[in-house]
Design a protein. Structure first.
Length: 279
């Protein structure tokens, strides 16, 4: 069984059979205009492993072939061809190749210091089906230009094309209006004791309809997305205030600071106090 991280540490392992290409903003300043820290394409094989304890920006991973494992929302999820996974800043995420399987994916990591609004936020899905091969082709175009002519205008156009695709994935706009109206209301009322039935009533769906819709559009169940939104807000409060833990817990809908702390560590990878010390 894949390891679940209790005390995570930053980890970078490639292994002899992994092939990868990456481009840093320090080597391509044009990336910085969109707060992109790094881009890359990996052809990974075990023992390939990444653990990022408190990444400074959003992360988008598009699998175009093979299979791997991604730790997001505090749980391991399978990454297959056509799957797009994404994670917000300052949340534990990890990536493992599966023994005996190759894993091809394109990725983009951003630099988004607080209080910059991140690309992957409370309205973003965790995992969707999308044009992963299209992202790979864009990054391969960037790679060819950066290693060849390095025409600034051509680089600019490749990066703009990449950002169009990333924004469509992280900030979906062709979605069910009732669903997004629901989460807009919930975001303003996180202290409400929401459950599946009350969420479904609020947007005039049956509980099962809402569950299926959220899984399709967000990659999460309704209650998982509610927890995600609460954790996002808790991060903001831990970063921007010195409020006691009990106050923060209550402000995001938890009656108990202990229950809140357990949920926060499961989703974010650190306890609230550890998270605050690292701000």
């Amino acid at each position: 069984m894949t390891e679940i991280y209790q005390s995570p540490t930053e980890t970078t392992i490639d292994g002899a059979n992994t092939k990868r290409w990456a481009l840093n903003a320090s080597d391509c300043p044009e990336l910085s205009a969109h707060r992109i820290a790094r881009i890359g394409v990996d052809d990974a094989a075990a023992p390939y492993r990444r653990v990022r304890v408190r990444p400074s920006g959003s992360f988008v991973l598009a699998c175009f072939e093979g299979q791997g494992r991604v730790l997001l929302d505090g749980r391991w999820q399978t990454s297959r061809a056509g799957t797009i996974c994404m994670a917000p800043p300052r949340v534990l995420n990890a990536f493992h190749a599966v023994p005996g399987r190759r894993w091809g994916f394109a990725w983009v990591r951003f630099e988004e210091p607080s209080p910059v609004n991140p690309l992957v936020g409370a309205a973003s899905p965790v995992r969707v089906q999308g044009d992963a091969d299209g992202m790979r082709r864009i990054l391969e175009g960037l790679r060819a230009e950066s290693q060849g002519p390095r025409d600034a205008r051509a680089l600019h156009h490749w990066i703009e094309l990449l950002m169009v695709q990333v924004r469509r994935l992280t900030q979906p706009w062709q979605v069910n209006e009732r669903l997004w109206s629901l989460w807009e209301v919930v975001g303003k009322e996180l202290t409400t004791a929401w459950n599946l039935d009350s969420l479904a009533r609020r947007c005039h769906y049956s509980p099962e309809q809402l569950r299926r819709l959220c899984l399709r559009e967000l990659g999460r169940s309704p209650m998982q997305h509610l927890t995600y939104m609460r954790m996002q807000r808790a991060q903001e409060l831990l970063e921007s205030s010195n409020d006691k833990l009990e106050v923060i817990a209550a402000s995001v809908g938890y009656d108990s600071a202990i229950v809140f702390s357990r949920a926060f560590k499961r989703w974010i990878g650190r306890s609230p106090s550890e998270y605050r010390r690292g701000r």
